[in-house]
Design a protein around this ligand. Structure first.
Ligand code: NAD
Ligand code: LMR
Length: 396
C-alpha cells in the first residue's frame, strides 16, 4: 500500500484549501489554550483549513480578541471564542477534534519534565471536560511533557469509563518536521519530498529518528546520521536557547499541529491510507526483545568463531546457574532471555493509519539498524519512568 502523509506540496494553510476532496467538510475543531504562542498561529492555520466548518477557541485569557481577529479571514470556518473556566465545556461541546496546546512552556535550563508539576493538572482538567462533553472527540495533546501527560489523559478517560485509546494522541509531528528539514538541507533533496520516521517519545532520551527507513533513501555518512540524530533530539532546546527566556517553539509547532490535525480530519472524512506518527497508547514495544547481552564474538578468519573465550564464558554462566540452583542468593548474570522488560511501555510514538475512529492501524516500530536499536534501548527505561509518573498522578 502506498501511504500518503499529510505533508503539503505547497505552503500550509493555502494548500490546505486544496485538500477539499471529501464530501464532508463540516468538522468542528476546538483549541484549548488558543491565546498562547502556539494557540494563535495554530488557530490561523486551522481557520484556513477547508475541512473545518466550526473553530472554537478556549483559553483562560485573551480569547475574544483572538477569535474576533481570526473571524475576519475569508474562509468558511465559523470562529467562536470562549474565555474562563466556566466556558470550557461549552467550547468543547460536540467537537470532532480537540487540540490542546494549553500549559507552561520551557525556559532555558529547564527540561520538559520540569513542566510536569504545572501542566499535569491542566491536561487532567481539560481532558476530564472532554470526557464529559465530547467523549467521541479525537484528542491531540501538544502540552509538555508529552511522555507523561498522554498517560494522564488516558487515565482520566479510563476513570470516567470513556477511554478509547484510538482517540488520544500526543502530537510529536514537530520531531518529524525537524528531521525532514535538517536532512533535506544536508542531502540537497527538497524538504517536501523527504519523510523521516521518528518513533519513541518526545524528549532527548526518547526521540528516535529512523534514518534507515527514510524516503527517499538518505545518503549521508554514519557520522552525519549521528550528528543529525543529536540535533533532532535537542532541537527543542535549540529553540528555547535562541528565544532566550521568551518561550519555546511556537510557529514550527503550530505548523506541525496543523499538519497533524489535517491528517486527523482527512481520516475522519473517510480518506484512505492517511498516515501520521503520534505518541499513543500501544503495545508495539512488547513485540521486541533487545534486552539481552549477546555473547557471540566475531569469526576467526574461516576456522570458526571464538572457542576458548566462549568456553570460558559458558563455564562462567553455567557456574552462575549452579550457584543459583545450590541456593546462593543474588547471583547476577546477563543473558538473552524472553523478557517483559519492555512490556511496561504501553505508550509509544510510531506511524499510524488514521480513519473515522482515529487510529485504524498501528504500523509499529518496523526494522531498525544497530544504531537505532541502541537508541531504543536507551529510551525504554526513560519512557517507562515517564509513563509511571503520569499514571501515578491520576491514581493518587
Ligand atoms: P504559552 O504560554 O505561549 O501559551 C499557553 C497558553 O495556555 C496561554 O495562553 C495560557 O493562558 C493557556 N493556559 C494555561 N493554562 C490553561 C488552562 N488551564 N486552560 C486553558 N488555557 C490555559 O505556551 P506555548 O508556547 O503555546 O506552549 C504551550 C505548551 O506546548 C507548552 O507546554 C510547551 O512545552 C508545549 N510544546 C509542545 C511541543 C510538542 O512538540 N509537543 C512543541 C512546542 C511546545
Ligand atoms: C519542542 O520540541 O520544541 C517542544 O517540546 C518545546 C520544548 O520545550 O522544547
Amino acid at each position: 500500500t502506498k501511504f500518503r502523509t499529510s505533508k503539503p506540496t505547497q505552503i500550509p494553510g493555502l494548500c490546505f484549501r486544496t485538500f477539499n476532496t471529501s464530501p464532508q467538510n463540516n468538522f468542528h475543531v476546538a483549541v484549548l489554550g488558543a491565546s498562547g504562542g502556539i494557540g494563535q498561529p495554530l488557530g490561523m492555520l486551522l481557520k484556513v483549513n477547508r475541512l473545518i466548518s466550526k473553530l472554537t477557541l478556549y483559553d483562560l485569557q485573551h480569547t475574544m480578541g483572538v477569535a474576533a481577529d481570526l473571524s475576519h479571514i475569508e474562509t468558511p470556518a465559523k470562529v467562536k471564542g470562549f474565555v474562563g473556566k466556566d466556558k470550557l465545556c461549552e467550547a468543547i461541546e460536540c467537537a470532532n477534534i480537540v487540540v490542546i496546546p494549553a500549559g507552561l512552556p520551557r525556559k532555558p535550563g529547564m527540561t520538559r519534565d520540569d513542566l510536569f508539576n504545572k501542566n499535569a493538572s491542566v491536561v487532567r482538567d481539560l481532558v476530564a471536560c472532554v470526557a464529559d462533553t465530547a467523549p467521541k472527540a479525537l484528542i491531540g495533546i501538544i502540552t509538555n511533557p508529552i511522555n507523561a501527560v498522554i498517560p494522564i489523559a488516558c487515565e482520566v478517560l479510563k476513570k470516567k469509563c470513556k477511554l478509547d485509546p484510538r482517540r488520544v494522541f500526543g502530537i510529536t509531528t514537530l520531531d518529524i518536521v525537524r528531521a525532514n528539514t535538517f536532512v533535506a538541507s544536508l542531502s540537497g533533496v527538497s524538504p517536501l519530498e523527504v519523510n523521516v520516521p521518528v518513533i519513541g517519545g518526545h524528549s532527548p532520551e526518547t526521540i528516535i529518528p529512523v534514518f534507515s527507513r527514510a524516503t527517499p533513501g538518505v545518503k549521508v555518512s554514519e557520522d552525519k546520521v549521528k550528528t543529525l540524530t543529536k540535533r533532532i533530539k535537542e532541537a527543542g532546546t535549540e529553540v528555547v536557547k535562541a528565544k532566550a527566556g521568551t518561550g519555546s517553539a511556537t510557529l514550527s509547532m503550530a505548523y506541525a499541529a496543523a499538519r497533524f490535525t489535517n491528517s486527523l480530519l482527512r481520516g475522519l472524512a473517510g480518506e484512505k491510507n492517511v498516515v501520521e506518527s503520534s505518541y499513543v497508547q500501544s503495545d508495539v514495544v512488547c513485540d521486541i526483545s533487545y534486552f539481552a547481552t549477546p555473547l557471540v564474538v566475531k569469526a576467526k578468519a574461516g576456522t570458526g568463531s571464538a572457542t576458548l573465550s566462549m568456553a570460558y564464558a559458558a563455564a562462567r554462566f553455567t557456574n552462575s546457574l549452579l550457584r543459583g540452583l545450590a541456593g546462593e542468593k543474588d547471583v547476577i548474570e546477563p543473558s538473552y532471555v524472553q523478557s517483559d522488560v519492555a512490556c511496561g511501555i504501553n505508550y509509544f510514538a510510531s506511524p499510524l493509519v488514521l480513519g473515522k475512529n482515529g487510529i485504524e492501524k498501528n504500523l509499529g516500530i518496523g526494522k531498525l539498524n544497530k544504531f537505532e536499536e541502541e537508541l531504543l534501548k536507551k529510551a525504554i527505561p526513560v519512557l517507562k519512568k515517564n509513563i509511571a509518573t503520569g499514571v501515578k498522578f491520576v491514581s493518587k
